[in-house]
Design a binder for this molecule. Structure first.
Ligand SMILES: [Zn+2]
Length: 255
């Protein structure tokens, strides 16, 4: 007698295979089929902040100071940043196709590539993952409804399935007022807009047995890393709840 979760996994796998086949035969939903570029070699970006090259240390050990010219001496909330490429050209097109075109298959593929990129990155350093979990960067509810896709969650699903770590959507993003209508003081006062909301067990049954207190490595997934202020808020929200954990930021592209 198959269990409910086995059945659910089977259905999910079937739907994913069908979606992949559809994309291969018909192209993506918008009639475009993406041929994604090769992800950056691990020597091209700084593994700490994600910026282009200029790395001045080697990654022999996790505790060793690793920084590039851009991030050396700065306090970064995240421990590692992994990216596929820079935010331009085909990577930018792919991100926009997921965000505004609702291409879920492409999102999953980006997640799968990110997971592979991480696996290749850690071959050059001794980074130990202990009871890792995957957390997507949350988006405000109104924007999710408007776009019809929670792109970070879709990418995170690809990461989670490929690495074999559970994914939980445990953060929420307060929408707040429109940024253009706010004063400088308003902007500063609402600095922390991302909060821990808890786990929706109804949606993620597998997390019912997840012991969060034993999780020591968190993979945070997003599409683009720009200033890093969202990343910093996410890290703060996670550490407020889980204490000192290693946080690895997985992003499709950095600006
Ligand atoms: Zn750096």
């Amino acid at each position: 007698m198959p269990t409910f979760s086995a059945l659910k996994n089977f259905l999910r796998h079937t739907i994913h295979s069908l979606a992949l086949a559809e994309r291969q035969i018909l192209g993506s939903r918008k009639g475009r089929s993406f041929i994604l570029p090769t992800p950056d070699a691990s020597s091209i970006w700084c593994h700490r902040c994600g910026a282009q090259q200029n790395r001045i240390h080697n990654f022999q050990d996790y505790d060793e100071q690793i920084s590039c010219k851009k991030c050396i001496g700065t306090c970064l909330a995240r421990d590692r940043t992994v990216r596929l490429g820079r935010y331009d050209g085909q990577w930018r097109d792919a991100i926009l196709a997921v965000k505004h075109g609702g291409d879920r298959t492409l999102a999953y593929e980006l997640g799968r590539l990110l997971a592979q990129q991480w696996q290749q990155t850690i071959t050059t350093e001794s980074f130990i993952c202990e009871n890792a979990i995957v957390i997507p960067v949350p988006m405000p509810l109104a924007r999710r409804v408007e776009r019809g896709i929670d792109h970070a969650s879709e990418i995170a699903l690809g990461v989670s399935k490929t690495l074999g770590y559970p994914m939980i959507r445990c953060l929420e993003h307060d929408a707040g007022p429109v940024q253009a209508l706010m004063t400088r003081a308003d902007r500063q006062s609402r600095a922390q807009r991302i909060h821990w909301k808890g786990i929706q067990k109804r949606k993620f049954r597998t997390t019912a047995t997840l012991d969060l207190s034993s999780s020591k490595t968190i993979f945070v997934v997003d599409d683009v890393l720009t200033t890093g202020s969202t990343a910093a808020q996410v890290c703060a929200a996670i550490r407020n709840r889980l204490g000192q954990v290693k946080i690895v930021m997985l992003v499709v592209a950095t600006t």
